[in-house]
Design a binder for this molecule. Structure first.
Ligand code: DP6
Length: 321
């Protein structure tokens, strides 16, 4: 077997995946819709080597250990099973995310790993099969396989619009660079313990319809309120889970309040918030400079990372080692 390298962008969900219908298969409790983030990339090189005793994995130059290593090895096992091989792999993965932003993402990580590992194993999977396989590594990774905007309903994600469809901008206000105490991966299992879980799942249907409609018509005002409602509902579920997950910091709330005040003043921006304290702001390209300047002026905002819609996972013809 050989060696291959792939690059992927993480994605930000406008309608969130929070809770699983099947934990082993990473089947979601509800459909989700996202945009790949062009400014952020994960590059991963995989080489299968005969005679190597075990998989060796480095992430950003450090040996992977614990749950991170376990998840990568489990994913390599899926690829080996497909290829009918038992060769162990050498894996290096690098994120070009600005240092200490807390933006590390399993979506780009498992999308890039899936393409690099399957190609290194001599397999050639189409987009649907890549997305399904990436999902088994991390649910949100299936949405980083297609380019642009993707909808994930059951086994795989499909593109709903290419990156060129709409130059929507996502500005992430970084309020802390620290990794979160409870990962999304572990958080999913807690979702059903919240009394608000079923209520959110019932409401998601309407929010998804509004987001799909706004996206198709490039109408931010049509989709923005649904994006915010779903992000807030997901955090309400987290906060009321048992044990409770409270990801927000004072600066998180300051950004949420500011975005609403700007809107009242005529600046169109809406916030999707992921599982963490950093706040994403969606706006049109023409407003991106103004939103960025205002975000940077909020006390507690350390850095702003701006992105347009990104590509799908893709091979590159150079390697990390
Ligand atoms: C809050 O995809 O990280 O980002 O499937 O267990 O790997 P696993 O979970 P993961 O969950 C992402 C949760 C989220 C919302 C989203 O991206 O839809």
């Amino acid at each position: 077997m050989g060696k291959a390298t792939a690059v992927a962008n993480p994605n930000i969900a406008f309608v969130k995946y929070w809770g699983k219908a099947d934990e082993a298969l990473n089947l979601p409790a509800n459909p989700s819709l996202s945009m790949n983030l062009a400014a952020l990339t994960t590059v991963t090189t995989v080489e299968f080597r005969s005679g190597q005793a075990c998989d060796v994995v480095t992430i950003d130059g450090h040996p992977a250990t614990g749950q991170a290593l376990h998840r990568v090895v489990a994913h390599l096992d899926r690829v080996r099973a497909l290829a009918g091989s038992n060769e162990q792999a050498w894996v290096a993965s690098r994120n070009d995310f600005p240092a200490a932003t807390g933006l590390a993402s399993s979506s780009s990580a498992f999308a890039a790993l899936t393409l690099a590992a399957t190609q290194a194993a001599g397999l050639s999977l189409d987009e649907v099969r890549l997305s399904r396989l990436a999902r088994l590594g991390s649910g949100s990774a299936c949405r980083s396989v297609p380019a642009g905007f993707a909808l994930w309903e059951m086994e795989e994600a499909h593109q709903v619009a290419p990156p060129e469809h709409w130059d929507l901008r996502d500005l992430v206000a970084i309020v802390t660079g620290q990794a979160k105490a409870v990962s999304s991966h572990d958080g999913h299992a807690l979702a059903p313990t919240s009394p608000l879980y079923a209520a959110r799942l019932a409401a998601v249907v309407g929010w998804l319809a509004a987001v799909e409609d706004g996206l198709a018509r490039r109408d931010l005002a049509a989709m923005g309120p649904a994006v915010e409602a779903d992000a807030l509902a997901m955090h309400a579920v987290m906060m009321t889970s048992h044990p409770s997950l409270l990801y927000w910091l004072p600066a998180t709330v300051a950004v949420l309040q500011a975005v609403r005040a700007w809107r009242d003043g005529g600046l169109e921006a809406y916030f999707p918030v992921d599982a963490g304290p950093n706040v994403h702001c969606l706006c049109r390209a023409a407003a991106a400079g103004e939103v960025e300047n205002r975000l940077k002026a909020i006390p507690g905002v350390q850095q702003v990372v701006a992105s347009g819609p990104g590509n799908g996972v893709r091979p590159v013809n150079w390697h990390l080692f």
